[in-house]
Design a protein around this ligand. Structure first.
Ligand SMILES: Cc1cc2nc3c(=O)[nH]c(=O)nc-3n(C[C@H](O)[C@H](O)[C@H](O)COP(=O)(O)O)c2cc1C
Length: 447
């Protein structure tokens, strides 16, 4: 078991103790030592099990969504079904995957190493509950309407009281046994992935959702009854009004291309469609304009018809791919001989989500570290959904070599002076018909 970095003895340990901040010192030090360095993964170590709240009343949700609710649980069946559909599509078990490692439940969102450190809590007019993905059930933590209390803790609260508030937490130890302190970075990206999925789903349900990263963390942790050493609130999503939601093929087809990629070219137009979909503005609570993701996208092309091999920056204003650093292909991002290089050799291109840590430390202190990775995770999830939409395989990866990858970003034209790669996504046609899987939810009849 590796040491966690939360030790109270070191005032600059990351993540900082709840309620403390070192103005970015702890985050900078963490990133240099752990966050940007590929860890030696301990494959014999297990991730920790998901959270549950002993003693809380468990309310089963209809599964698959749309089937009759279990009688006699005292809740409004339509409201339960609607919340259940949203939560299933957010992080429930929505398919069965058959892989070399055996049979297992598949989720709509990816997670670094399949650790799923995130937990989801929902505050509605009917109370506060915690979602149990494996059981597709709610744990009722309080029958009181706590939405006003949650909104009071937000740095930039919504104008109207939201119909629904989702609180996304992360279990601090969830993946540390396997990944060591690097696990904290994966947790921040995973929170972003969940937040990105929540924004997509709530927009599809006709709501105007906003993702919040600025809030009084201890106050929210207190409302949820969390031990801050074990679990912390990383993101809040507010939404209003929330209409009905139906599973679409795009939502259900998102998964990692575990069977690898056909080493076949992808037309540039298809890649551009994917990029345009993934980069549509998403509503955040800061630090700049509400729609500024704080991240840039680069494409490392290998087999893209109409795009020369090399690293190209996507101009966020025009969508054009500009300022190429010629020659590099996706395999060059990864350690030689490892699984990343092999996958990169087959992929048509790699998308790089790039951000600047120094941009946000002066205003937000250490919290900016997870705020930026949250943004990267949101974009990563949107890329995965956009790939499913245009019929391409995708795989998020953190096993790139940061220094070598950053060198490919090239000089000039970027708006972020301290650019570094936060996340990579390999893209290409998935091999054959992909890894066998069985969907547990039927689509609502539209893509
Ligand atoms: C932040 C993040 C980092 C990831 N890094 C890697 C990686 O380095 N290598 C890899 O093979 N998969 C990586 N994955 C993919 C996960 O292994 C995959 O999502 C998980 O096993 C669940 O499978 P699914 O995406 O097919 O649902 C990553 C996923 C996330 C969200």
């Amino acid at each position: 078991m590796r040491p966690a970095t939360t030790a109270a003895a070191d005032p600059a340990a990351y993540p900082p103790l709840a309620g403390t901040d070192t103005g970015g010192t702890a985050a900078r030090r963490y990133h240099a030592r752990y966050g940007s360095v590929l860890p030696a993964i301990d494959l014999t170590a297990s991730n920790t099990p998901p959270k549950h709240h002993p003693g809380a009343r468990v309310v089963p949700l209809p599964f698959p969504p749309g089937s009759p609710a279990a009688p006699g649980n005292g809740s409004d069946p339509a409201a339960l079904d609607s919340l259940g559909t949203l939560l299933a599509l957010l992080c429930g078990v929505t398919r069965i995957d058959w892989t070399g490692a055996g049979v297992g439940g598949g989720r709509p969102v990816p997670s670094g190493g399949g650790a799923y450190p995130g937990e989801v809590y929902a505050a509605t007019a009917s109370g506060l509950c915690h979602y149990l993905p494996a059981a597709h059930a709610l744990e009722l933590l309080s029958p009181a309407d706590l939405r006003a209390d949650v909104v009071r803790a937000l740095g930039r609260p919504p104008v109207r009281r939201p119909e629904l508030v989702l609180l996304i937490t992360t279990r601090q130890e969830a993946n540390l046994a396997r990944y060591g302190p690097f696990g904290h970075r994966l947790q921040a990206l995973d929170t972003g992935v969940l937040t990105g999925e929540a924004l997509t789903l709530l927009a599809a349900a006709g709501a105007e959702p906003t993702a919040h990263a600025l809030f009084a963390e201890q106050a929210l942790g207190g409302l949820l009854g969390l031990d801050p050493g074990a679990e912390r609130v990383h993101a809040v999503v507010t939404a209003d009004p929330v209409g009905p939601l139906a599973p679409t093929a795009e939502l259900l087809n998102r998964r990692s291309a575990r069977g690898g990629f056909e080493p076949a070219p992808v037309p540039l137009a298809r890649l551009v469609e994917l990029l345009d979909r993934a980069t549509a503005p998403f509503p955040l609570d800061g630090p700049n304009a509400p729609d500024d993701p704080g991240c840039e996208l680069y494409v490392v092309a290998g087999r893209v018809t109409g795009l020369a091999p090399g690293c190209h920056r996507r101009d966020p204003r025009t969508g054009e791919l500009v300022a190429p650093t010629p020659g590099a292909t996706p395999r060059d991002l990864f350690p030689p001989g490892g699984p990343g290089e092999l996958a990169g050799f087959e992929a048509a291109c790699a998308l790089l989500v790039v951000g600047d840590y120094e941009q946000g430390y002066p205003e937000h202190g250490d919290r900016w570290y997870r705020m930026l990775n949250l943004r990267a995770g949101i974009l990563g999830q949107r890329i995965g959904l956009a790939a499913a939409r245009v019929g391409l395989g995708a795989g998020l990866r953190c096993d790139f070599v940061t220094t070598g990858t950053d060198r490919l970003l090239g000089p000039a034209l970027a708006t972020l002076p301290g650019r570094t790669t936060l996340l990579t996504v390999l893209i290409g046609p998935e091999r054959g018909s992909g890894t066998p899987a069985h969907h547990l939810l039927a689509t609502g009849g539209h893509r």
